[in-house]
Design a protein around this ligand. Structure first.
Ligand SMILES: [Zn+2]
Length: 530
């Protein structure tokens, strides 16, 4: 059993503001880029911008203003009721005692004022600097409250109705409003936000120097979409992120800090997702889906962050999506950069909720012709990968863990022998070590010096992704959940602790003996239980 290596640096990310009873944590984006390598972290947060902060707190603000308005209205009404006045008579502003001569006189504008410098209210003895107040109709005195408070109460009520609902108990649900644990007091009458922390995500970007463990904030993004995608160019120059719900791409130039959005004009019903950067790092591969009534257009494009140029690599026309409940459509490009260009195969399927009965349609082009093939498997789990030479497609049943068949891209015919599957990114192959996810919560460090072997285990998140290493093999990064105690009110109410992500960095120069690839010392390592 290889030893377990604890990280040399842990970077705590922000906890979500409400506890997710299911313990679900949004995966941060982590990636090494640049030379010397720096770790880039896309932290999923709910409050990276003031707009997000305000949107998250809107029910609480509305409820506070609602309550304050209600209190002011009650106080004002009681005050008017307890201080009867007759129209045209003059009263003390402090005690409401009726005033007349000799304390008052009429000035040149025919307004009642204090008669002289010594005048004061005979009842309470106060000489108010604004003088006496003239009695008006009760309705007139109530007018400010009658005009303003219904409007404020109505607007605040609307905001609360729009942002809050009754608490729905579920494994995927989220915590109650305004604090977690309200359901322990009010049960299903407790309130929760309609939008969960996940829906209001924004991003805070960090650059961490793994040699010094110094973290530097490099800006917020008013959107979230980094969990499973590359977001920094390999040279560490550009951040590329889908924004506006994927309708456009934001490019942040980390050298000068400039930001630009592409395409310049938003196209209606077109959505981008970022896949990965090219091997040379000059462009990023993105998928673009355009929804149309007649069917959808799915494109694989190369996007140059330096110039904002898009180039279409492949485009596939798809029939309109099945809009039956419980069925969802997946579509993706499997592609590989080769010396003769980008080889791709498109896969699409309509899956039901269990994934059973899946039928995958594969489309590609050969000698200028569009080719099509259907694949099914008994378990309904199909994975297609390009062969190492990018001339064939290997079809695998990933639940059964069995390779089913392979076919030739030129002819579309089945091959008698299954060719080896390459790894999709040449960059991953470099370096003296590789990090590989092996099972829930565990990644292994593979030493490529001499015979490939596992030299250590790294404790990571259950999903194991994202996970990365530097090309020189010195650093690895991943993430893992930590427990965060609820607020003191939540604790009093018996709320469960919530989860937040930690970014973990391993420096193998400190952890492993370079020649023998065995853990150094014993300080940070421990042997796993059998
Ligand atoms: Zn008075």
């Amino acid at each position: 059993m290889p030893p377990i290596l604890e990280p040399t640096f842990v970077f705590e990310l922000q906890a979500p503001p409400d506890a997710n009873p299911g313990g679900r944590v949004v995966e941060p984006g982590v990636m090494f880029a640049g030379s010397p390598p720096m770790l880039y972290v896309a932290e999923p947060v709910w409050n990276a911008t003031w707009g997000r902060w305000f949107s998250w707190h809107s029910p609480t603000i509305a409820a506070s203003v609602f309550l304050a308005t209600l209190l002011i209205t009650v106080w004002w009404t009681r005050r008017v009721g307890k201080r009867p006045r007759q129209v045209g008579r003059m009263y003390c502003r402090v005690c409401n005692h009726q005033l007349a001569k000799p304390q008052l006189k009429l000035n040149e504008k025919k307004r009642a004022v204090w008669a002289d410098a010594e005048s004061k209210c005979p009842e309470c003895g106060v000489r108010h600097k604004r003088g006496p107040v003239r009695g008006r109709l009760r309705f007139t005195r109530m007018l400010p409250v009658l005009l303003v408070s219904p409007v404020v109460l109505f607007v605040c009520g609307l905001v609360m109705l729009a942002t809050l609902r009754f608490h729905q108990r579920s494994a995927w649900g989220h915590g109650t409003w305004p604090v977690a644990g309200m359901d322990k007091l009010f049960g299903s009458w407790a309130l929760e936000r309609r939008s969960s922390a996940m829906q209001v995500q924004s991003t805070r970007l960090w650059r961490i120097d793994p040699r010094t463990n110094v973290a530097e904030a490099i800006g917020p993004i008013d959107s979230w979409g980094h969990s499973f995608q590359e977001f920094v160019s390999p040279d560490g120059r550009f951040v590329v992120s889908p924004v506006e719900h994927g309708r456009r791409l934001l490019v942040v130039d980390l050298k000068g800090g400039e930001r630009a959005m592409y395409p310049p004009e938003e196209e209606s019903r077109s959505y981008f997702s970022v896949e990965r950067f090219s091997i040379d790092g000059t462009r990023v591969f993105v998928e673009k889906t355009t929804f149309r009534d007649s069917g959808n257009l799915h494109e694989l494009m190369g996007f140059e962050p330096a110039t904002g140029k898009f180039e279409t690599i492949a485009s596939v026309e798809l029939p309109p999506e099945v809009r039956t409940s419980g069925v969802y459509t997946t579509r993706s490009f499997e592609f590989r950069e080769t010396p003769v260009g980008i080889v791709w195969v498109h896969e699409s399927s309509d899956r039901n909720a269990t994934g059973r009965g899946e039928e995958t349609t594969l489309r590609w082009e050969a000698s200028g012709k569009t080719m099509k093939r259907m694949e099914t498997s008994a378990s309904g789990s199909i994975q297609t990968e390009l062969s190492e030479d990018a001339k064939a497609v290997v079809v695998t049943d990933y639940i059964a863990g069995a390779t089913m068949r392979a076919f030739d891209l030129e002819t579309g015919a089945d091959l008698s022998t299954v060719p080896p599957i390459g790894i999709s990114q040449e960059r991953d192959r470099l370096g003296p070590r590789r990090i590989q996810f092996v099972k829930a919560g565990t990644a292994i460090v593979l030493s490529l010096k001499g015979e490939t072997r596992s030299v250590a285990e790294l404790p990571v998140s259950a999903d194991g992704w994202p996970l990365g290493g530097t090309q020189d093999g010195r650093f690895a990064c991943g993430w893992k959940e930590r427990d965060v105690a609820p607020s003191w009110i939540g604790r009093m109410l018996g709320a469960a602790s919530k989860k937040a992500p930690d970014v973990r960095i391993w420096d193998f120069e400190k952890l492993l003996d370079a020649d023998r690839e065995v853990p150094k010392g014993g300080g940070t390592t421990k042997i796993s239980a059998p």
